[in-house]
Design a protein around this ligand. Sequence first.
Ligand code: ASP
Ligand code: MG
Length: 417
Amino acid sequence: MKVFKFGGASVKDAAGVRNVARVLGHFRTDDLLIVVSAMGKTTNALEDVVWAYSEGRDTRGLVDVLREQHHTILGEVAPSDDQARFQLDNMFRALQQVLAQRSSGLVDEDYDHIVAFGELWSTIIVSAFLNTSGFANKWLDARRIIRTDSRFRDARVQWEALSDTCAAHLPTFDPGPKRMVTQGFIGATDKGVTTTLGREGSDFSAAIFAYALECESVTIWKDVPGMFSADPKRFPDTTLLRHISYREAIELSYFGASVIHPRTLQPLQRKSIPLYVRSFIDIDAPGTTVDHNSDNDSLIPSFIVKPAQLLISITPRDLSFVVEENLSGIFWMFAQRNVRIDLMQNSALAFSVVVDDSPRSRGLIEDLRKGYEVRYNDGCELVTVRHYDEATLARLTEGKEVLIEQRSRSTARFVLK
Ligand code: ASP
Ligand code: MG
């Protein structure tokens, strides 16, 4: 079986849904598990519903827009599928029932319950359309397969439960290609409470299913033709990375390359399942292959630029040395506030970190100020260059002030202003 993942951008409207069938047309005889995200910007819209609900505001207008959009798309791609319309109606009714009750006050739990509907709606529509266009398939509720803990909005997968949940809940098939359509991003606790795996988590879901079912490959179909040496939307002369190793892809996504979700690679690496990143527009283009082979990793310098960074420097008020004791307290505060450190540097008297500039980071600065002297620089850029050469570094730092520079054998990192 192959796993295909289609993101929100690939199914944002009726044309996008039809394009999924065009892609599948190249894989008519394959067994496929098709993982689909919420359509277009649905997840953002559902987040607005969550905030309104948790503040006790009226959510009906927001939900009406979403119902209208989804029914319109279903009407365009599968107009005579009464069963799908009924199923979609039911899912909207289920959301309304949630919203009719008072908020539990547990915002993260409410969030997962509400936001998961985006994926449920989109997969009903895609599954229905494929069934009417010659790709018989079964709709699968991912929450029956992906069991997680109850860390809402960032749930951790219970890997050891996968064989049982698959044995109990995978559908059976008539002879012919086995095809399933399921949701990315969502799972459930052992009590059946809906959870999500973190924003943009559908790639990770595809990897979880591939791991559970020992699939032959995962293909992420995107609006770009693969992984590039830099963001092609920002830089003119980028190179397609045709073939890189799991390790390299993990490093690139960790440093902020946004093509694949960082957690996607580990489960694939563990079972040696190759990952392909390909264009859903240009189906014949080769795309990027990620597997164990690292022969090409160091051929092309890749770079990732993270804008809007805060460089924070933390000094004990009594000018004592920054020792393990302070550091453990400082790290604990970062973990409590869920602020991710992108880079750190230590000197005798100051500990410096780079983080995304966000309300959470600003709040953390206020917390830190209770115990430390804290200074910060905003509007910084964090540049990471893998397999750097001097020409690339010169080009990226030109005309900018270098606040921090760190180099290892394979990676150079700069904080620029
Ligand atoms: N729909 C979710 C999001 O927008 C998950 C995903 O797209 O991967 O974050
Ligand atoms: Mg998305």
